[in-house]
Design a protein around this ligand. Sequence first.
Ligand SMILES: Cc1cc2nc3c(=O)[nH]c(=O)nc-3n(C[C@H](O)[C@H](O)[C@H](O)COP(=O)(O)OP(=O)(O)OC[C@H]3O[C@@H](n4cnc5c(N)ncnc54)[C@H](O)[C@@H]3O)c2cc1C
Length: 186
Amino acid sequence: MVDVAVVGGGPAGLSAALYAAKNDLETVVFDTDESWMHKAHLFNYPAVRSVSGDEFLALARGQARDRGADLVDAEVTSVEESGEGFAVATEDDEYEATYVVLATGGDRSLAEDLGCDFTDEDVVDVTLDMETSVENVYATGAMGRPEKWQAVIAAGDGAAAVLDILSKEKGEYYHDFDMPSDVPEL
Ligand SMILES: Cc1cc2nc3c(=O)[nH]c(=O)nc-3n(C[C@H](O)[C@H](O)[C@H](O)COP(=O)(O)OP(=O)(O)OC[C@H]3O[C@@H](n4cnc5c(N)ncnc54)[C@H](O)[C@@H]3O)c2cc1C
């Protein structure tokens, strides 16, 4: 049983994975590597002057992996409620997860299959913390927005979802705050 299954490895999913793994949640990310970022070049991501979408993905994958996330190159074919959590299936495997963070970009089919509510604009209906109408299932990034698709917004959605998960786990609001003294000495 993993703590968090993230479906999708674009900015939303990789941000969710970073926040989860960095805070000691057992985290697995499934991705079919068709992120819109492969077509993008970022000049509008704060603190990043210029980076190709490909490089952004490589850095974000490395960052999540360094913190302990398990990145799996596979399509998730179904997510179903099961016992205490969710059964997340790929063609070859099945994982049990306590929380699911959907981050599948413009493809909202897994949320539909799970029975998540949709808005009048036909996107997944989420709270400010990105939780769907199905408890412990989050929908982040492009899947919860009819337009306004930006990498920084998607990354923010992933972070918001996992802060909510961490707050549930700890029983109080949680902040992922670091300070200069947290930087390891080289
Ligand atoms: C031409 C173009 C230029 C752009 N330029 C900019 C820009 O300059 N600045 C900016 O901020 N934004 C830009 N964007 C938008 C930006 O790319 C998106 O906002 C961002 O990629 C959305 O992130 P996401 O994580 O929601 O989805 P995505 O990045 O699309 O990631 C979704 C991931 O989920 C995977 N996936 C889907 N279904 C499954 C499944 N069942 N199992 C496993 N994996 C699955 C996909 O393969 C993909 O890797 C641009 C987009 C395009 C198309």
